[in-house]
Design a protein around this ligand. Structure first.
Ligand code: UDX
Length: 443
């Protein structure tokens, strides 16, 4: 079985490498020649734990290759995955489908009869059917099958998520498509992974509804955190106890600076826009989008106020990636928070274990530091924005000694009160009344 994977971004690269690991012949295609050259040399172009090793092994064993020649890759493929980007369109928040359409046109021109075309990119409901009709019109009379196969990979654990998913969702229209997907996911079948075979439309909606629900869960606990701070509660205790109810579940109940990344922000906006377009308003998700935006500004205001009280001219920011174990800063809360701090006239000294290279261009004016300690030098406030393991066991006494002020704002609730004792730090976590000044009262 030959697989062609179009698009070597996050989803395409991880999926292509994992299918090769399953034993299939995989050729990954991208227009970007520089990217293809690096990938061919075995270089993982994204930071993802475990990816390097799988790439090296499968390239060496001849199952995995990279090319800019889409036509050749597609012509030899039984199954063609389209995994190109679907960014947010400016203005209305709808997903921009131009890359999908361009890929579909190129696939239509090159595919062999009987090919199975699978859209892996996140696409709004109706897209698979439209793309099917577009390909049919381009190659009248040529048989092919259309399949929707959304992914649920989390950055930082994408390989594990691919190899051990909770379920695989497949939207199909015919037996050929169904059988092809059974074959490509056979190794997961053997592990008894549930395989949801459904319609194209359901598969599309499942992907957006899943991400929107998770984003809503995070946003919900963030608002509960606000209440806890003001009313004398502790959001971690609340989240822990509500999460014990199996109907709610313990995951995605960590309060923080708001969700970011390449999926939640864009997918919630697109889901809301789809709802408006179909006159089925997703008002809950509209609100999730708005609350998440407000939250980043509220977190920035918190940091700025503490810095003003400390009289220091700089703030240390620990972590700019939208979450740990990735160098991705797309829509990271750190971007808006840092911009707001700078706008308030303060200098930002920042550190991140992996994301500083990607962040440099996106965050001008930041003083990039080689360690958390270097960032803390002379800062009035240290703000922890990403829960990297490297920040879980900092020498807090040393941090306090390096700062001119003494406020540690822990937006990920990494530390506990007992970790702070004796350090001289004024510790403020999220959603914990005892670690936060009440209205009108200052530490
Ligand atoms: C997400 C989905 O989980 C995945 O299934 C989908 O395919 C792509 O989008 P990812 O963007 O990699 O994956 O990150 P995820 O771990 O879901 O976190 C998203 C954001 O929510 C991060 O900014 C994270 O910090 C935040 N988050 C998550 C919280 O603030 N609290 C939580 O409890 C969980």
């Amino acid at each position: 079985m030959n697989i062609s994977m179009i698009g070597t971004g996050y989803v395409g690269l991880v999926s292509g490498v994992c299918f090769a690991e399953f034993g299939f012949q995989v050729s990954c295609v991208d227009l970007n020649a520089g990217l293809i050259a690096r990938l061919s040399a075995g270089e993982a172009t994204i930071f993802e734990p475990g990816l390097d090793e799988l790439m090296t092994r499968n390239i060496r064993d001849g199952r995995l290759s990279f090319t800019t020649d889409l036509a050749a890759s597609v012509a030899g493929a039984d199954v063609i995955f389209i995994a190109v980007g679907t960014p947010s369109r400016r203005g209305d928040g709808e997903a921009d489908l131009q890359y999908i359409e361009a890929a579909a046109d190129a696939v239509a021109a090159a595919m062999k009869p009987g090919a199975v075309i699978v859209i892996k990119s996140t696409v709004v409901v109706g897209t698979n059917a439209r793309i099917r009709d577009r390909i049919r019109a381009a190659r009248p009379g040529v048989e092919f099958s259309m399949v929707s196969n959304p992914e649920f990979l989390r950055e930082g654990s994408a390989i594990e998520d691919f190899m051990r998913p909770d379920r695989v969702v497949v939207g199909v229209e015919d037996t050929r498509g169904r059988e092809a997907m059974r074959r490509v996911y056979r190794p997961l079948y053997l592990r008894e992974t549930p395989m949801v075979m459904t319609t194209l439309e359901n598969a599309e909606i499942i992907k957006y509804a899943a991400n929107a629900f998770l984003a809503m869960k995070v946003t919900f606990i963030n608002q509960v955190a606000d209440l806890c701070e003001k009313a004398g509660g502790n959001v971690q205790e609340v989240a822990h106890a509500i999460g014990m109810d199996k109907r709610i579940g313990a995951k995605f109940l960590h309060a923080g600076p708001g969700f970011g990344g390449s999926c939640f922000p864009k997918d919630t906006r697109a889901f809301a826009a789809t709802g408006r377009r179909f006159d089925a308003p997703q008002t809950l998700i509209e609100e999730v989008v708005a609350v998440n935006e407000t939250r980043k500004q509220a977190m920035a205001a918190r940091i700025i106020e503490a810095a003003r009280q400390s009289d220091a001219a700089s703030v240390a920011v620990l972590g700019v990636a939208f979450k740990p174990n990735t160098d991705d800063i797309r829509e990271a809360p750190a971007i808006d928070i840092i911009a707001a701090i700078q706008k308030a006239g303060l200098t930002v000294r920042a550190h991140d274990p992996e994301a500083m290279v990607t962040a440099r261009a996106a965050l001008p004016g930041v003083v990039w530091c080689n360690s958390a300690y270097e960032a803390a030098e002379g800062a009035g406030v240290t703000a922890l924005l990403t829960e990297w393991n490297a920040y879980r066991a900092l020498d807090l006494k040393k941090i306090a000694g390096l700062m001119t002020g003494n406020v540690l704002i822990d937006l990920r609730n990494v530390y506990k009160a007992e970790d702070i004792e004796g350090t001289g730090l004024d510790y403020r976590s999220v959603g914990n009344s005892s670690a936060f000044p009440k209205a009108g009262e200052h530490h």
